[in-house]
Design a protein around this ligand. Structure first.
Ligand code: NIG
Ligand code: FE
Length: 427
C-alpha cells in the first residue's frame, strides 16, 4: 500500500507524456494514453498512476486528503512555458494598431518604438508595480494550465533595472504557486544611451551586470537576441562564453527574422535551447537536430506579427531535433499567456500532430528549461503538476477553439485552480 494525500480517479483520458525525455522523431508522437486513468500523490510527488483496480488495491488515502472525480475530464501534465518575457510594464496597443495599418515590427523598432517603448515603461515602474503586474499574469497563466514559467529580464538594459526585474522574479517564487525559472537577458537589445557604442554595452554586461546577477544568484539561464541590428553572431558568441564562464546555462533567440546562424552557435556552445528559428538555415536544421539543444518554437509570434513564414517544425522533427513550443509572452510580438493557444497553433500553423504538440508543451518543454527530471510528464517520483480539462477526449483540446477547457489545476500536489478559479484568489 502507498499513502497518498491527493488523488484523481477515473479520468476519461489521462496523458502521461512519459519518457524517455527528450522526445525526438516518432517518440514525440507518443502521449502515453491511459483510459479511465487514476493518479495519486503524496507530499507533492506522484506515487501512483494506473487503472482503477490497481488504484483501489495499492493506494491508501490519508485522512482529510482530497480525491477528485475525473469523470468527463482529460488529465495531462501541467504546461511548461519555456520562453516568456514576463516582467514588463505597459502594453503596446498603439504599435499594434500601426502594424495592422501595414508597418512591420522591424520598421517600428527602427523608429524607436518596439522593445524601447517597453524599456522606458519598465525602467519607470517600481519593483512593487512590476510585482503586482507579474502576479496577475501568473494567475492568468495558471488558470490557462501553465504550472512552470521561464521568465526573462531584458527590459531594464542597465544594472539597476535588470537587477530590479530579476529580483521581482525571485519574489514571485515565494508569492505564487506557479514555479518561475529566471533568465538574465540584458542582451535583449542595445539600450538607446549605448546605440553608438554597442561594445561598451557588451562590456558593461560582461564586466558589471553579469557578475552582479551571479553574485546575487538571480538567474539560472542567460539569453541573447542574436539578430541583424541587435547582437551579431560574433557578439553573441562573446556574450555566451562569458555567461558560461559565470556558470549560467544558455538560451539564444536565434534566426528569428534573419538567418545569422544562431542555431548552429547554440548547438556548438551546448546551449540548453535555441528559440524562434523562423529563418533557420538548412545547415542550422542539421546541426540542431544532431545536438542536445532544444528547438523552442514560438508560433504565436508568426501569428501575431502576421508573418507568412513559420518555423520549419516538420523538418526539425523529421531530422530528429528536440522540438518544444512556448508562448514568448511579451507586449510586442506575442501578447498571450495561453499555452493551449500555442499548442493549437502548433497543429494548425506548424503542421505538428496533436500528440507532438502536446509533448512539445509538456515533456520537451521541461527539457528546454532543464527540468525534465522533475516535471513535464506524469510518472511516479515526479512532481504532481496536473491539469484537468473538461473535454470528452484529448483531440478535443485542439478541435474546440476559443474556450478555456481547464477546470482544475494541481501544482506540486496542491489544488491551485478549482472550477476555473484560483483557489484563495479573487479571479
Ligand atoms: O522574443 N525577439 C525579441 N524579443 C521579443 C520581443 C520583445 C518585444 O517586442 O518587446 C521576442 O519576440
Ligand atoms: Fe522572446
Amino acid at each position: 500500500m502507498r499513502s497518498a494525500d491527493l488523488a484523481v480517479a477515473n479520468c476519461e483520458q489521462l496523458l502521461t507524456c512519459k519518457g524517455p525525455v527528450p522526445k525526438r522523431k516518432e517518440a514525440l508522437g507518443e502521449v502515453g494514453l491511459l483510459k479511465k486513468g487514476c493518479i495519486a500523490s503524496y507530499k507533492g510527488k506522484i506515487v501512483f498512476i494506473g487503472d482503477e483496480r490497481d488504484f483501489r488495491r495499492e493506494v491508501q488515502l490519508e485522512e482529510n486528503s482530497l480525491c477528485l472525480e475525473g469523470k468527463g475530464l482529460v488529465g495531462l501534465p501541467g504546461f511548461v512555458d519555456s520562453h516568456t518575457h514576463l516582467p514588463f510594464a505597459g502594453t503596446r496597443e498603439e504599435e499594434f494598431v500601426l502594424r495592422l495599418k501595414g508597418y512591420t515590427y522591424q520598421q517600428l523598432s527602427e523608429k524607436g518604438l518596439g522593445i524601447q517603448t517597453t524599456v522606458k515603461a519598465t525602467r519607470l515602474a517600481s519593483k512593487k508595480e512590476l510585482l503586482t503586474l507579474c502576479l496577475s499574469r501568473l494567475d492568468s497563466m495558471l488558470i490557462h494550465g501553465t504550472t512552470t514559467v521561464e521568465a526573462k529580464s531584458g527590459y531594464g538594459l542597465n544594472l539597476e533595472d535588470e537587477i530590479k526585474q530579476l529580483e521581482v522574479l525571485k519574489e514571485l517564487r515565494k508569492l505564487h504557486p506557479a514555479e518561475v525559472v529566471p533568465t538574465f537577458m540584458g542582451a535583449h537589445e542595445v539600450p538607446p544611451e549605448y546605440k553608438e557604442r554597442k561594445n561598451d554595452y557588451i562590456e558593461l554586461l560582461i564586466q558589471k551586470i553579469l557578475p552582479e546577477v551571479k553574485e546575487k544568484n538571480l538567474a539560472e539561464f542567460f539569453d541573447v537576441f542574436c539578430e541583424k541590428g541587435v547582437f551579431s553572431l560574433e557578439e553573441t558568441r562573446k556574450l555566451v562564453k562569458a555567461a558560461k564562464k559565470a556558470g549560467l546555462k544558455i538560451k539564444i533567440h536565434a534566426d528569428e527574422f534573419t538567418s545569422l546562424g544562431g542555431a548552429q552557435l547554440a548547438a556548438e556552445e551546448g546551449a540548453t535551447s535555441a528559440e524562434h528559428l523562423i529563418n533557420i538555415s538548412e545547415q542550422g536544421i542539421q546541426k540542431l537536430s544532431q545536438s542536445s539543444t532544444a528547438a523552442v518554437l514560438l508560433p504565436a509570434v508568426s501569428f501575431f506579427l502576421m508573418l507568412e513564414k513559420k518555423a520549419p517544425a516538420r523538418r526539425l522533427i523529421d531530422e530528429g531535433a528536440v522540438v518544444a513550443l512556448a508562448t514568448d509572452f511579451n507586449p510586442g510580438s506575442s501578447m498571450t499567456e495561453s499555452m493551449l493557444f500555442v499548442l493549437q497553433l502548433g497543429v494548425f500553423t506548424l503542421r505538428m500532430s496533436i500528440e507532438e504538440a502536446i509533448n512539445a508543451v509538456t515533456a520537451n518543454a521541461a527539457y528546454a528549461i532543464d527540468r525534465h527530471q522533475e516535471i513535464g510528464s506524469l510518472e511516479v517520483g515526479k512532481r504532481m503538476d496536473l491539469i484537468l480539462c473538461e473535454a470528452p477526449n484529448y483531440p478535443s483540446l485542439v478541435y474546440h477553439l476559443g474556450i478555456n477547457p481547464i477546470k482544475h489545476v494541481i501544482k506540486n500536489g496542491r489544488l491551485v485552480v478549482k472550477d476555473g478559479k484560483i483557489v484563495g484568489g479573487s479571479s
